[in-house]
Design a binder for this molecule. Structure first.
Ligand code: PMP
Length: 401
């Protein structure tokens, strides 16, 4: 039956993890994976999450199905976290929101909804490069995927002129995907002033902005600061679409907690959109999982846990920022590595695009047992006090050749 099914290529990131697992050298480091690791290199369960789980268990909850669009208190609180309590559409009650299977599921629901109902050409522009799953998600949703310039290899920074030119040349009303903060894989974000210009172009060209916010709080340590772009666009009157994930900022990776929302014109339009979101979701997975949404909602709705969570997010972000400082200093001062390394410090969030070539990246695995993706991207969260010296020394050696 399946004799004509061709073998597909392995996932580029999971392949890195497999090679890492097979390596027996005690110095080995995995910088491919996009999950936070603590100072000891171990997965980290937040204390606010543990306390939320205890309080859920103590309430002796049942295991009934959630509604199609999920736990209503959770989606209300998730929208508040993203848009801000004072946001006009939050106050007006015009946000259509549904729980989702983490960020990936939110993007997929958004893609399916746009594929079915977006009344203009179904073309979506992604930054080049973007998270590797964006293209298949939107292609499988029936959208035509195109790219806009984003990353400048020469400066290892934002190609802002290229970005503006490509968005200005996009057909009117095209959909544009924007990483709200902590752009994956580059770690390069627009400044607030640049976001204001992007918002103006999106308005001029009547583009439809779809924000992917997978790292709220993880970039700067502040959930408000990281929501700047989303909130600025909303203030400017854009009716955005938004994907949220609680994988990184609450460390709920495997629990699959997220939300998808759309801003609508009024209550009547919201009711129509809500009804169709249910019709999109019901045949996909019927209704979302319960436990993770209960955890996230308990944190978002309990002031003491919320404060503890905020400081834990800040702690994770700050540990990463301190690793950036240290890596920059070791590369530049300790090892006098040829080249300019300040992008390590200026990049934001979990990842850094080091500028290492494919040959250097592959060579690090072969010669030093250090695993990263071929594009030279490293997860900063994989570095810690015990392995950063060895990492910097190995990079310096790879660059010196
Ligand atoms: N968007 C971006 C940009 C991401 O980096 C990720 C996680 N790697 C996601 C979405 C979705 O992740 P998840 O489905 O685990 O929330």
């Amino acid at each position: 039956t399946w004799s004509s099914v061709p073998a597909g290529p392995p996932d580029p990131i999971l392949g890195v993890s497999e090679a890492f697992k097979a390596d027996k050298d005690p110095r080995k480091i995995n910088l491919g994976v996009g999950a936070y690791r603590d100072e000891n290199g171990k997965p980290y369960v937040l204390s606010s999450v543990k306390k939320a789980e205890e309080s859920i268990r103590a309430s002796n909850p049942d295991k009934e199905y959630l509604p199609i669009t999920g736990l209503p208190e959770f989606t209300k609180n998730a929208a508040k976290l993203a848009y801000g309590e004072d946001s006009a559409p939050v106050k007006a009650g015009t946000i259509a929101v549904t729980q989702s299977i983490s960020g990936t599921g939110a993007l997929r629901i958004g893609g399916a909804f746009l594929g079915r109902f977006y009344p203009h050409a179904k073309v979506i522009y992604l930054p080049v490069p973007s998270w590797g799953n964006h293209t298949p998600i939107f292609r499988d949703s029936g959208l035509e995927v195109r790219g806009y310039r984003y990353f400048d290899k020469k400066t290892v920074g934002l190609d802002f002129e290229g970005l503006k030119e490509d968005l200005r040349n996009a057909p009117e009303k095209a959909i544009v995907l924007l990483h709200a903060c902590a752009h994956n894989p580059t770690g390069v974000d627009p400044t607030p002033a640049q976001w204001q210009e992007i918002s103006d172009i999106v308005k001029e060209r009547q583009l439809f902005p779809f924000f992917d916010m997978a790292y709220q709080g993880f970039a700067s340590g502040s959930t408000d600061r990281d929501a700047f772009a989303v909130r600025h666009f909303v203030k400017e009157g854009h009716q955005i679409a938004l994907s949220q994930s609680f994988a990184k900022n609450m460390g709920l990776y495997g629990e699959r907690v997220g939300a998808f929302s759309l801003i609508t014109a009024d209550a009547e339009e919201k009711a129509r959109v809500d009804s169709q979101l249910k019709i999109v979701i019901r045949p996909m997975y019927s209704n979302p999982p319960l436990h993770g949404a209960q955890i996230a909602n308990t944190i978002l709705s309990t002031p003491a846990l919320y404060h503890e969570w905020e400081s834990e997010v800040k702690g994770m972000a700050e540990r990463i920022i301190s690793m950036r400082e240290r890596l920059y200093n070791e590369l530049t001062h300790t090892h006098k590595t040829p080249g300019e390394w300040s992008h390590i410090k200026s990049q934001i969030g979990m990842f850094s695009f080091t500028g290492l070539s494919e040959a250097q990246s592959v060579g690090l695995a072969e010669k030093a047992h250090i695993y990263l993706t071929k594009d030279g991207r490293i997860s900063m969260a994989g570095l810690n006090g015990s392995n950063i010296d060895y990492f910097a020394e190995s990079v310096a050696r790879a660059v010196k050749g």
